[in-house]
Design a protein around this ligand. Structure first.
Ligand SMILES: Cc1cc2nc3c(=O)[nH]c(=O)nc-3n(C[C@H](O)[C@H](O)[C@H](O)COP(=O)(O)O)c2cc1C
Length: 229
């Protein structure tokens, strides 16, 4: 089976599982969704879920490390979240390293439904689209290390992350991918960074299963320590 066929099979399987779980929750355990979201709301807040003003999404420039990430709380496999899976990992990296952060927020939001999001994402992938980013891009010139994190979509960085990668020059810097996923690991994110920035030093990335993002601090710490950060 080709890699593309495997990804199609994986995403289709995810959709079936989500439909089964959601159907079960609604039909059999109507209160379960409520209690899940109640316990999730006790989780720590993300650094910036949806910044409303440009200034809130402008890195301070205090650090030589920048964490760039894209993450969603709706249309996510397994149901809505209070904090996006990738945002959680970004926050852990930021807290541990004292890095600045920048959230990639698409100008046009994706559907709030998971299945619809997978369809829009596939259309964007097929069209090699570059969806617009809402906020001004950060000035990356002062950073020597840049983490680029995202959920895996169809085995790759979501195309809005490609918009970001096309718009900034990370050559000459240390660039490190991180992802959350439901089976694809890092997908082709590391290869994407290597292809995009031949003069960058691309270090080994971290892939965390989305459902385990909240408990990933030890893995994040060990990974950062391994990288010498
Ligand atoms: C459009 C779309 C495509 C996805 N494709 C994959 C995939 O190819 N492989 C995989 O392991 N997970 C896939 N997933 C699952 C997400 O990577 C996973 O749920 C992730 O943790 C979501 O993170 P976020 O909350 O930061 O957006 C996909 C999810 C969506 C919405």
């Amino acid at each position: 089976m080709s890699q593309r066929a495997r990804i199609v099979a994986l995403v289709s399987a995810l959709a079936v599982v989500v439909a089964a779980v959601v159907g079960y929750e609604l039909a059999v355990r109507p209160s379960a969704t409520t209690s899940t979201s109640a316990s999730r709301s006790a989780a720590p807040a993300a650094p910036s879920q949806r910044p409303t003003a440009d200034a809130e999404n402008t890195p301070a420039g205090d650090s030589s490390i920048l964490v760039v990430y894209f993450s969603r709380t709706e249309g996510v496999y397994g149901g809505d979240l209070t904090v996006g899976n990738t945002a959680r990992i970004a926050q852990m990296i930021q807290e541990r390293t004292g890095a600045d952060s920048y959230e990639i927020v698409p100008l046009a939001d994706y559907p709030s439904d998971y299945q619809e999001t997978t369809e829009v994402a596939q259309e964007e992938l097929d069209a090699d689209a570059r969806p617009e980013i809402r906020d001004p891009l950060p000035d990356v010139s002062g950073y020597d290390t840049v983490f680029v994190g995202a959920p895996i979509w169809w085995g790759e960085y979501p195309m809005v992350v490609r918009t970001f990668l096309d718009a900034v020059d990370l050559n000459g810097k240390t660039v490190i991918p991180f992802t959350t996923h439901e089976g694809s690991g890092l997908g082709n994110t590391q290869q994407q960074l290597e292809a995009q920035y031949p003069q960058a030093t691309v270090l080994d990335g971290l892939a965390v299963r989305g459902s385990q993002a909240a408990d990933a601090q030890p893995d994040v710490d060990a990974w950062l320590e391994n990288l010498g950060l």
